[in-house]
Design a protein around this ligand. Structure first.
Ligand code: 13P
Ligand code: SF4
Length: 313
């Protein structure tokens, strides 16, 4: 019997362990369908952080990647937060270190540091305010225009924010998402030839040549809202392929086509029902953040949640 055959049994075990532990299961939109189906909440990075901030559950299990579980832990220092796969790391989050930020600050005195939540806690600790793809424009717009902004680590999200805010004084780090960076304008143009009436909806981690061809640029949950509210019946989706599942679940009568089949984030796919069951059963893998790092990092997330009340995308 393979993994697929085991899904009903594993799902029952997860439900039983979850009850026993008084746990909440938070799941990112790119996770495997069977994992999404067991989530108490399924959403984007902002939604996951907001849910983590308000839960009463004693145990938080985060099905996603490292920085999402770390953010949940920062907002719940007294609770246990588990990441079911300890190898589920976001490669973009590894592209910047605290020393890089400290150096940038020294080079640009008076600048405000805005870091994407896709960063490790020690980078958040030297950051003034975090952002997600849903509120990055709003966060940057909240900073007085005369102040330079150091934006880390995603150069594509940074370029999109710069375009939307019209802000010239932005210093943008050179990181990227290896999955979203694969998209090319020609992929979108080819897909548009096949589906001329489709709307193009892309994630702001996409390169600018792709963003320029989009009808809408949204976070993953922003895509769900947009496609649900818009009249079009076919959408070309420019983000990780796992997004097709929640889109189809929300809008069963609409058609969703990924702009290129290569858009798979390998670490987002590591979590299975087996790892989720093991996490709840064996209480692994517990996320820990040293106290001094946590208290500084928490402030940058709390500032974001303050500004971000009412999302923008
Ligand atoms: P969202 O916050 O839009 O879900 O994006 C998270 C992410 O990692 C995208 O690659
Ligand atoms: Fe990180 Fe990209 Fe994967 Fe999102 S899709 S978790 S940004 S590597």
């Amino acid at each position: 019997m393979g993994y697929k055959d085991d899904i009903p049994k594993l799902a029952a075990e997860v439900a039983e362990q979850k009850k026993k532990r008084n746990a909440i299961i938070l799941v990112h939109n790119y996770q495997r369908p069977e994992v999404q189906d067991l989530g108490d909440f399924v959403g984007d990075s902002l939604g996951l952080a907001q849910e983590a901030a308000k839960t009463d559950a004693e145990l938080i299990v985060l099905c996603g990647v490292d920085f999402m579980a770390e953010t949940a832990k920062l907002l719940n220092p007294e609770k246990v937060v588990l990441l079911p796969e300890d190898r589920a790391l976001c490669p973009m989050a590894q592209m910047i270190a605290p020393d890089d930020v400290v150096e940038l600050k020294a080079e640009h005195p008076g600048a405000v540091v805005v870091s994407y939540v896709n960063t490790p806690a020690d980078v958040k600790a030297v950051t003034d305010v975090c952002c997600t793809s849903a509120n990055a424009v709003k966060v940057v717009n909240s900073i007085p225009p005369e102040k330079p902004v150091i934006f880390t680590p995603d150069r594509h999200l940074g370029a999109y924010v710069q375009r939307e805010t019209g802000r010239e004084n932005m210093i943008i780090w050179n990181g990227l998402c290896p999955t979203h960076a694969l998209m090319r304008a020609e992929d979108v143009l080819r897909a548009k030839e096949k589906y001329p009436d489709a709307e193009v909806v892309v994630h702001p981690e996409a390169p600018m040549e792709v963003i320029e061809l989009a009808d809408a640029v949204r976070s993953t949950s922003g895509m769900l809202r947009y496609c649900g509210e818009t009249k079009a019946s076919t959408f070309l989706i420019g983000t990780e392929i796992g997004m097709l599942y929640p889109l189809k679940k929300k809008c069963p009568d609409k058609e969703f086509v990924i702009v290129t089949g290569e858009l798979v984030c390998p670490t987002m796919k590591m979590t299975t029902l087996r790892s989720l069951r093991n996490a709840l059963r064996d209480m692994k893998y517990e996320i820990t953040v040293p106290d001094d790092v946590a208290s500084a990092a928490r402030k940058s997330i709390e500032r974001m949640l303050e500004i971000g009340r009412g999302r923008a995308g």
